[in-house]
Design a protein around this ligand. Structure first.
Ligand SMILES: [Cu+2]
Length: 139
């Protein structure tokens, strides 16, 4: 009996911990337009549709401009991401494959293999300097 109640308590604690861990921060910004962490750039992600499909390889457009709104075409951009609550990264290695002009960049190889809170990060190196943009997604 005593062992059983201790087991219940442990289970309750574990469950509680898990639930805290599993809950995404409530003030997350899921907007598709963001200002970079250091304020050097503004960017917008343009997935192919309104909703981002799960488990499907997709291409996005990343629109990049300076803080004052000048399109940035020449940049080194690295893509990274994952699920902060699960401790894993993206299932693929998306890359910027082409500059489309007017600040637009083609992002190929995007894929999200499960539902939940995802983070996609773009590390930008261009004339204005190095900075990164972090987007939150809910799938
Ligand atoms: Cu996950």
């Amino acid at each position: 009996m005593r062992l059983y109640s201790r087991f219940l308590m442990t289970a309750a604690l574990l469950l509680n911990g898990c639930m805290l861990f599993a809950r995404a921060p409530q003030d997350l910004d899921y907007g598709r337009r963001r200002i970079s962490e250091g304020g050097l750039y503004r960017a917008e992600i343009r997935p192919q549709g309104d909703s981002i499909p799960r488990g499907k390889l997709q291409s996005w457009t990343l629109h990049l401009e300076t803080a004052t709104g000048a399109p940035v075409d020449t940049a080194m951009i690295a893509v990274d991401g994952g699920m902060p609550q699960h401790g894993h990264g993206l299932p693929t290695k998306p890359r910027i494959t082409k500059s489309l002009g007017n600040g637009d960049h083609l992002v190929e190889g995007m894929k999200f293999n499960m539902g939940g809170w995802w983070v996609v990060k773009f590390r930008v190196r261009a004339n204005a300097g190095a900075d990164s943009l972090v987007f939150n997604l809910k799938l």
